[in-house]
Design a binder for this molecule. Structure first.
Ligand code: NAP
Length: 332
């Protein structure tokens, strides 16, 4: 019998890859989107009768997922991916904290009321739930599957970067508290990625501005020889590995895991060096900078790697696939 998976935030960068993978393995997918136009767009992209969509206009609305689960008693797996992903916001509580936390709690409450058949829940949390935004650059710090950010709700309102980190911590905390208190029968696992790079799931999704994390790569392509090089640095994982981790999280029947998805570190100079090595066309046009050691907290995800048992794509492969796709789209 076909297993039906709900994927919230189906328009998203990670969600599109995950849905593509689910469909390729014969799962049926109900994606939630904010508008019918976005849903219709996805119907065309996936072009697969196993994909359908439902509209959830606001994550922050009481009972946001009630109607979807009430209507779809065939759903047995819930992948909650929808959450605001931005480092700019005017009202941090309204734009970041509340939709992230309330959306997560609404998903779990909807399952309690309307989804007794649901067997597995996977939530896309983040590395940002595991480290304080003022501490991720401390080279002596080690962040692992057991780490938690110490940021408070109040401090999360200091700026949008803190707000995003706080939104992921408090959403994940809310999910684990609900799970401990209510003791539901389904398994619950988190996927906690660092910066996610890689190609879009469909070439046609390449736009001038891409999703927040890939924009770190994309914006380097518009630099000129004498441009100042952005100071971005961090840890990276490829989107295709993140998608695989979401499936592994429910297919293996695990519960209580936090899959810390990290491949290797990057900096703007290291990305520019890959561009130059791999694309002749970019050799002369971009600024150059020495690739210095990258000073940030160490990510220890031995447990996750052992659980997943597959090797993660490296930075070069991910960037070549991502930039190749962008350059092809620009040539068209
Ligand atoms: P994305 O492409 O921006 O996707 C975000 C998804 O969430 C979209 O479907 C978006 O809908 C939906 N969404 C955002 N705010 C919403 C709101 N207020 N109400 C309803 N839906 C909302 O980002 P992504 O990179 O794929 O991220 C997906 C998940 O992975 C998020 O939970 C994010 O925190 C997590 N994550 C991402 C990264 C990364 O580097 N990309 C790293 C760690 C964790 P619209 O299309 O309608 O805007």
């Amino acid at each position: 019998m076909t297993t039906t998976v709900l994927v919230s935030g189906a328009t998203g960068f990670i969600a599109q890859h995950t849905i593509k993978l689910l469909l390729s393995k014969g799962y049926a997918v109900v994606g939630t989107v904010r508008t019918a136009a976005k849903g219709d767009h996805l119907i065309k992209l996936f072009a697969n009768e196993l994909f359908s969509y439902e509209i959830v206009p606001s994550l922050d609305a009481e009972g946001a997922f009630d109607d979807v689960l009430n209507k779809h008693s065939e759903i047995t797996v819930f992948l909650h991916m929808a959450s605001p992903v931005t480092f700019s916001a005017d009202d941090i509580e309204a734009e970041l904290l509340r939709p992230a936390v309330n959306g997560t709690v609404s998903a779990l409450k909807a399952i309690q009321k309307y989804g007794p058949q649901i067997k597995h829940v996977v939530i896309t949390s983040s590395y940002c739930a595991m480290v304080h935004p003022a501490q991720w650059q401390i080279p002596d710090l080690v962040v692992s599957e057991d780490s938690w950010s110490s940021i408070s709700w109040e401090d999360s309102k200091e700026n949008a970067l803190f707000g995003y980190f706080g939104s992921k911590k408090f959403a994940e905390k809310a999910a684990w508290s609900f799970y401990e208190q209510e003791k539901p029968k389904y398994t619950l696992n988190m996927v906690n990625p660092v910066f996610v790079f890689g190609p879009q799931a469909f070439d046609s999704e390449i736009k001038d501005q891409l999703n927040h994390s890939v924009e770190v790569v994309n914006k380097l392509l518009s630099l000129e020889k004498d441009s100042e090089i952005p100071s971005d640095k961090g840890s990276f994982v490829d989107v295709r590995d993140v998608a695989k981790a979401h499936l592994a999280a429910f297919e293996n029947g695990w519960t209580g895991k936090r899959l810390l998805m990290n491949s290797e570190d990057f900096s703007s100079p290291s990305l520019l060096a890959i561009f130059r090595e791999s694309f002749d066309y970019l050799k002369e046009s971009l600024p150059t900078a020495a690739v210095e050691p990258i000073e940030i907290a160490k990510v220890d995800n031995k447990k996750t790697r052992q659980d997943l048992g597959f090797s993660f794509l490296d930075l070069k492969t991910s960037i070549v696939d991502c930039v190749g796709q962008i350059l092809n789209a620009k040539r068209k």
